[in-house]
Design a protein around this ligand. Sequence first.
Ligand code: NI
Length: 145
Amino acid sequence: MKLPSKNLNGYKCGLMSIVGQKIMKPLKINFKDKFSKFPNEDYAVRIVAMMNNYEIKIVKRKGESIWHSHPDTDETFIILDGKMQMNFRDKVVELNSGEMIVVPKGVEHKPSSEEGYRAILIEPAGVSNTGDIDSAFTIKKAEWI
Ligand code: NI
């Protein structure tokens, strides 16, 4: 069966819809290509795929985020390039390329990076990037790229 490749249900990624359910097509996703389409800003996050009801996002970030927690879900960061400090109230975890961390549900955290990082983010669809806090950084719903 030949599947449509774009703009189905407004999604520009390899998604198809069957009876209202979004199902990924088995298309290769190249992070370098995706990041090349990012805006030239210190902070940007975009969705590249879905796995069941989880969004796989890519993020680039330079600078300080804000303290927040996600009351309903864990949050996974997989660092592709650069360095990130994941600040917790009782410790700081340094993350480099090739390393990952799962921030547990409800635990306050604040990512920061002087030199910048690029990462994969995995969390359930629709989770706000600043969790329980509304701020200038808050992105309620990321866009697809
Ligand atoms: Ni978070």
